[in-house]
Design a protein around this ligand. Structure first.
Ligand code: ADP
Length: 385
């Protein structure tokens, strides 16, 4: 089939989907988006739009019937419906069987263990009654509890003090099946985005270093390549590549890693889709993460992942003090800077900490990237319109 005639269906109409559409515009391919509301970042850019829940089997089938290949830009979708469609012969990338594994943080951890992928120690619990006997086995002052299903952007994750929870079990935050993990004292959080095509070729993007806003638990500044030694860079890329090899199917995957204070690298989790930590690849790499996914969907060869320059990215989050229509204060000042690219996701309303857009930054050195990032985060702000 002529790759450019392939009709692509996407479950989810958020900003990741929007950037996939933006990057695909050069190829003039046909996209249908399934999303619960027209008030979403993809609506104005899709060729066709199906309004419906990502859990609705009928709507997913309607999407599948109108497209040659399906992908998703969010993990919270009806995987059973996708698995059934895959059985019937529909091409879905990445395979919904991979998505099913990733949707359950417990299965994910067991998968790493089975495939000798380095990841922190963990135990699975079914209810809060199980916690007191498991916590001492982790043997750390702090530990991390994660609900096995349904968490995102830090929701469903709690960093807890072992002694405090044992002394007062009423403080146990979740009474659903959870993963309890040892707390990894982190030097840096890293991510490596990996692309795998149908023939099994694998390419990794240069590593990304993330800094988190501890309150929103969203990435606030990231840099690529990460400021780590070549040896650690290679180690991180190898772990990410091994993981994707083990997942055994085509797609674009973002592997989140911890670099511990004692120099080890552990997998935290993997996302089977473009990732917030890869926004900078649009301007900073020969091929962006979004174009790479498009190439995989169209069975075209993977593109070079090389960085053109040092890159940074800051998320633009909704201001804490209001919800509603907005304007972006100091956009004019920021627009004057060279190597700075403002992205706005077209969301109608700003809400506290909502991801409204991002800014990518290119410069010859990390120092200059950081300097610009600090300036931008200091002046750009969403204000009530
Ligand atoms: P989500 O899937 O909601 O993004 P994560 O599993 O990535 O949740 O956890 C959110 C954040 O919590 C991580 O980015 C990291 O900062 C922290 N965290 C998670 N697991 C651990 C761990 N085992 N040790 C230390 N910090 C952790």
């Amino acid at each position: 089939m002529n790759p450019l005639r392939k009709r692509i269906g996407v479950l989810g109409g958020g900003q990741l989907g929007r950037m996939l559409l933006e990057e695909s515009a050069r190829y003039h391919v046909h996209y249908t988006i399934l999303e619960a509301s027209q008030d979403c970042p993809c609506y104005s850019m899709a060729n066709e739009f199906i309004c419906g829940s990502l859990m609705d089997e009928e709507k997913i089938r309607e999407l599948a019937n109108s497209c040659d290949v399906l992908t998703y830009e969010i993990e919270h979708v009806n995987t059973d419906a996708l698995i059934q469609l895959e059985k019937e012969g529909k091409e879905i990338i990445p395979s919904p069987k991979i998505l099913q594994l990733i949707q359950d943080k417990g299965l994910q951890k067991e998968f790493y263990q089975q495939h000798q992928i380095p990841s922190g120690k963990f135990y699975l619990v079914n209810s809060k009654e199980d916690w007191p006997e498991i916590i001492p086995l982790l043997g750390s002052e702090k530990f991390v509890a994660k609900t096995r299903k349904g968490g995102y952007d830090g929701k469903g994750v709690a960093i807890l003090n072992s002694k405090e929870i044992l002394a007062d079990p009423k403080r146990i935050p979740f009474d659903v099946p959870c993963v309890l993990e040892e707390f990894i004292a982190c030097e840096k959080e890293l991510a490596v985005i990996v692309a795998r095509d149908q023939a099994g070729n694998i390419l990794t993007f240069p590593s990304i270093e993330m800094e988190f806003d501890p309150i929103a638990n969203l990435v606030t500044v990231l840099l690529s390549p990460a400021r780590i030694s070549n040896e650690l860079e290679q180690k991180a890329e190898k772990i990410a590549r091994d993981l994707v090899q083990a997942l055994n199917g085509p797609g674009l995957f973002a592997v989140e890693l911890f670099l511990s204070s004692d120099g080890n690298i552990y997998v935290n989790e993997v996302a089977p889709r473009p990732h917030n930590s890869g926004h900078h690849t649009i301007e900073a790499c020969y091929t962006s993460q979004y174009e790479q996914l498009l190439r995989i969907l169209l069975h075209l060869p993977l593109g070079s992942t090389e960085l053109v320059q040092c890159a940074g990215m800051v998320n633009l989050l909704g201001a804490d003090d209001f919800s509603g229509h907005y304007y972006l204060e100091n956009l004019d000042k920021v627009s004057k800077l060279p190597g700075v690219y403002v992205h706005l996701y077209g969301k109608t309303e700003s809400k506290p900490k909502r991801k409204m857009g991002h800014v990518s930054i290119l410069a010859p050195s990390w120092e200059e990237v950081i300097e610009k990032a600090n300036y931008i985060t200091g002046v750009l702000a969403f204000k009530k319109d």
